[in-house]
Design a protein around this ligand. Sequence first.
Ligand code: NDP
Length: 282
Amino acid sequence: MILNGTELSNRIRSDIKKEVESLREGGVVPGLAVVLVGNDPASRIYVNRKKKACEETGIRFFEHTFEEDTAEDKLVSTIEELNRDEKVNGILVQLPLPEGFNQEKLLDRIDPLKDVDGLHPFNTGKLLSGAPVFLPCTPAGIMELMEANGISVAGKECVVVGRSNIVGKPAAVLLLLKNGTVTVCHSRTRNLEEVCRRADILVVAIGKPEFVNGSFVKEGACVIDVGINRLGDGKLAGDVKFEEVSRIASAITPVPGGVGPMTIAMLLKNTVKAAKIQKGLA
Ligand code: NDP
């Protein structure tokens, strides 16, 4: 089974569009502000996709772009202004920031109730305690994609490869909250292949093109490939060798068209949720 994130995200986006229309009728217009620093081409592409997705669903989009040599204080004051701006319900700092910026310090300044990326310590704490407010978008997208395709987690061996704050760690917590038995692997894990072969659900988020081949995968496993790697010829590759692994797995996400579109759909969902919370509607 190919887990088609494009198709599911289109359905979610059309539901969001309807919800935004009805909110607008009641005088509430959800708004998302994105802060982009520097000229990283991949970040520019991601911001453009978010902008297009907002415009298509009726969410207002505010872009704040800064040069790479901008003083950090300027970014802090922008975030504080956005915290106060009633038209802005969600704030997202596009990551990664150029070298030299203190990412944690900036994310910590976002109002937790506008933190639609779910990366503020308030939201990571709520997630760990099992009562999340805003889930980080990529792990939330993974869970929705599995659920929509009837893949249950309870009681299963789940192996997450990668332990970033954005993907690996929160994905592991979400799988645990769904009663999976979770192992988290990283660059210091011994016998990675062997550990991965135990997985009923294998989530790979390492940023190494086609690193995971058939020998990492148990017959019938569900494989979630989070990686987005741009190859020399401009094509995209995941962290998993799709052709080889798809013959062994029972379900697999393609790249592109798997987890990526789900991430954007979850961002829109979080933005609408933020607007509703701030207007006392949720
Ligand atoms: P990071 O670089 O922040 O983290 C990578 C993780 O992978 C680290 O924990 C690292 O271990 C681990 N790792 C690296 N090499 C190996 C290895 N050889 N064996 C085992 N573990 C390894 O990456 P992100 O989590 O931000 O992103 C991962 C991938 O997902 C990237 O390709 C990124 O582009 C993509 N991505 C896709 C999104 C989507 O919407 N589909 C959204 C966000 C990211 P250690 O901690 O020990 O260094």
